[in-house]
Ligand binder design. Sequence first.
Ligand SMILES: C[C@@](CO)(OP(=O)(O)O)[C@H](O)COP(=O)(O)OP(=O)(O)OC[C@H]1O[C@@H](n2ccc(N)nc2=O)[C@H](O)[C@@H]1O
Ligand SMILES: Nc1ncnc2c1ncn2[C@@H]1O[C@H](COP(=O)(O)OP(=O)(O)O)[C@@H](O)[C@H]1O
Length: 293
Amino acid sequence: MAPAALFEDAPAKLNLFLHVVGRRDDSYHLLESLVAFTDIGDRLSATVRADGALSLTVSGPFGALLTESPENLVLRAARSLRSRLGVSAGAALHLEKNLPVASGIGGGSADAAAALRLLNRLWEGGLKEGDLAGMGLALGADVPVCIASHVALMRGVGEVLEPAALPAPFGVLLVNPLQPVSTPRVFAGFRRTGCFAARAAHDWTVEPDPHRWLHHLAAAGNSLQAPAETLLPEIATILSVLGELPECLLARMSGSGATCFALFPDAPAAASAARDFGARRPDCWVAAGRLRG
Ligand SMILES: C[C@@](CO)(OP(=O)(O)O)[C@H](O)COP(=O)(O)OP(=O)(O)OC[C@H]1O[C@@H](n2ccc(N)nc2=O)[C@H](O)[C@@H]1O
Ligand SMILES: Nc1ncnc2c1ncn2[C@@H]1O[C@H](COP(=O)(O)OP(=O)(O)O)[C@@H](O)[C@H]1O
């Protein structure tokens, strides 16, 4: 009988707001970001390999854009956990790649975090979330927040996390123009034209009234949106269409782009908006769901 597979979801991350608040000595930018997760994502499975090898296969709508090479973040995470645990165990991993790659919703980071959680279970590593988050930072700045995949206020380059709360189970629509924007070029654009934002005065760690929460969120922004729009004007076009959809509460770009999101009162409203947007723009990747609480 084949060994039983374990599964982990790798939910898309959204930077509900993202402010660049400074710069480190190594020139990485210091961020302040309210990060939330969706029920849209990749899915990872693993079974034990008796021969001790690590292997990866990839399927799904965006699978062809990724190689199954050792550099895939899933295999990098697997090697790093194996060396941390000092085990000789192997695993056959399979990634269903549903999220566009390098698109500001942290698909690679979510996959790496899912691999750490999954293999910690498969190999009975016994590491706590905090241990996995510490290991994750070496794989990518967004990996620590993706370990818990719970709404959080993220600071530093991603290593400082404070649990936060959502006031309502908002519906969410994600749209990606299927054109890449380079994260280093977006940060370089910010350096030329952007200004550091002031640190947040609002306390995002408590769960306030939804209307007030949305008011504070609308007053925040994404410091990387303007430089990304300069590189890819299509982002501004998408945001203006999203903003006009019935019941849209807020439309913004996530991360360094190019994925844009819109919040809705609930998942059915987001699904209806997805049909509307998809009919107008069949050239875009469109996905609807809701924010995870
Ligand atoms: C912008 C964010 C926000 O969540 O999300 P994504 O757009 O990747 O989803 C992340 O901070 C992305 O962090 P990370 O995943 O490390 O970005 P990478 O693609 O590795 O970084 C590429 C390059 O962008 C610049 N960079 C990145 C992060 C940062 N805080 N400051 C920077 O200056 C650096 O020049 C770096 O070499
Ligand atoms: N499993 C993976 N999924 C997505 N990207 C991966 C993966 N493994 C390696 N990468 C590489 O990581 C980079 C960042 O991808 P991703 O996390 O999707 O970006 P973003 O955070 O902007 O959404 C890409 O250049 C991609 O080639």
